[in-house]
Write a protein that binds this ligand. Structure first.
Ligand code: MRU
Length: 356
């Protein structure tokens, strides 16, 4: 990696995103090119960051939030930010908020930085810019700490020896580092548990096949990829001991939005009496959403289903449906693991108790 810091905040040899030491740019690992290429791009403006989020150079709810915070830091120090700080923060916030609708971490990070900016009205431009960058770095550091805390708590739900299924990528690549669901698996293995991972390929964007398999292989964690349609077979044979996934938004009643296909996995886990653990930092919990029906679901391009790269899979002229996420009802979630503690059973009361 063209290292941004001597010690990347991700804590890994690779990072989804890092602010460079001079604070005038971000480096992002282009996740569209994994696992074939490990290529970093340098982004110097908030407009570039917004486009990178929209185009899925970076993805995963916490990582999107961190990218937005760094985008605001770049907006703050830009020429426009120098001449009209508040106006540029507002423009940048609107731009970033329009990139992806489901991951609430995006809106959480924008609101957090915006609230702080309002408190710094009397400071010089240079001081305000530094403070926005400080805040963005803190959001990144907090996310890594939250992932490690979730790992320590969630590892108890992992088997001492056995196969764990995961869907999409909720790992270091989707967060500031370490990962939510994959953080739970990393922590379980660090505790000596012999966990082997089945990674759903996660049609159509293949985050499981491309990204989860890539980062687990990096850590020498045993991983095998299956097509999404094979999961039922492995549940039926009793091979899956637990499921662990991340989330893009958790509603106040504990309903969980995550990558399309998660609900199907949850139904299977329920039918086969297998625990389904959701690991998500508190920044993913949206108490303003009473339940899953209120969570906006991103509609992605039909072409991501009809094509695999440039190869056409579906007859010309036939369109495809492509909701990017689905909602798993709280009653199908065995435990919601956050850095604040665990809600289990998952109910409005147990989630509300973590809100403090
Ligand atoms: O469309 P993506 O790749 O951004 O979707 C990511 C997911 O659904 C992850 O499971 C979720 O963000 C949790 S990441 C810790």
């Amino acid at each position: 990696m063209p290292i941004a810091h001597s010690a990347p905040l991700s804590g890994h040899r690779y990072s989804a995103i890092e602010l460079v030491e001079d604070r005038d740019a971000c480096l992002m690992l282009d996740q569209r090119e994994l696992p074939v290429q490990e290529r970093y791009h340098r982004y110097e403006t908030v407009d570039e960051i917004a486009e990178a989020i929209r185009a899925m150079v970076i993805r995963g709810a916490p990582a999107i939030g961190i990218a937005a915070a760094y985008g605001l830091a770049l907006a703050a120090r830009s020429p426009r930010g120098r001449s009209d700080f508040a106006g540029e923060i507002a423009r940048a916030s609107t731009l970033l908020a329009a990139t992806r609708p489901t991951a609430v971490n995006l809106f959480w990070a924008i609101a957090r930085v915006g609230k702080q900016c309002a408190l710094w009205a009397d400071l010089s431009h240079a001081e305000r810019s530094e403070r926005v960058a400080d805040e963005a770095l803190e959001i990144h550091r907090e996310d890594v700490r939250a992932c490690r805390a979730m790992g320590a708590l969630g590892a108890a739900w992992m088997p001492d020896d056995g196969v764990v299924l995961t869907h999409c990528n909720a790992g270091a690549l989707a967060t500031g580092g370490y990962g939510t669901a994959l953080g739970v698996i990393r922590a379980a293995i660090a505790q000596g548990k012999r966990v082997r991972v089945l990674a759903d390929e996660t049609r159509p964007y293949l985050q499981g096949a491309r990204l989860t398999a890539w980062e687990l292989r990096h850590d020498d964690i045993p991983v095998e990829v299956i097509t999404d349609s094979m999961a039922a077979h492995f549940f039926q044979r009793g091979e899956i001991r637990a499921v662990v996934v991340g989330s893009d938004r958790v509603a106040a009643n504990g309903d969980v939005a995550n990558k399309i296909g998660t609900y199907g996995v949850a139904c299977l886990a329920h039918m086969h009496r297998c625990p389904l653990v959701v690991a998500a930092p508190w920044s993913t919990v949206d108490l303003q959403c009473a339940n899953g029906e209120q969570i906006p679901i991103e509609e992605r391009a039909s072409r991501e289903v009809t094509h695999l790269g440039d190869a056409q899979l579906v007859p010309y002229g036939v369109r495809a449906r492509h909701p990017g996420f689905d909602v798993t009802p709280a009653r199908l979630v065995t435990a919601l693991v956050t850095e604040r503690g665990i809600a289990s059973p998952v109910t409005a009361q147990s989630v509300g108790a973590l809100a403090g």
